[in-house]
Design a protein around this ligand. Sequence first.
Ligand code: ZN
Length: 144
Amino acid sequence: MSLEELYQEIILDHYRSPRGRGRLPRPTARVHHHNPLCGDEILLDVEVSDGKVVGIAFEGQGCSISQASASMMTEAVRGKTVEEAADLAEEVRLVMHGKPADEERLGEVAALEGVRRFPVRVKCALLAWMALLDALGVKPGEKP
Ligand code: ZN
């Protein structure tokens, strides 16, 4: 299996069996983001306590890339500090704009790298991450 096929498998797996789907009982932030180019929607709940993302869940609809990305994101940032989560979102943003993905750092999220070849889908892949930054009160490209 090529790396590209492996990445496609990971994305499909997250799309078919999304992790982190649902709503939180006590979110500290709830944001709704959509990507009108593709019709993707994400409703993201985040619970931050003592500077840590202790809870994160999403509901949404749209293409496989947008929903798989949201699923991967919930797994990648749960338990991280706000700063670590914002750093990861920034890293994903840079990767989607051409930076080589560091698989050690990104884990399964590195699978999104392949989406770069389809510029129209980059917004799909980034939707959940931009929603995350919004929920954390961080502007893209800035530090928390
Ligand atoms: Zn999409």
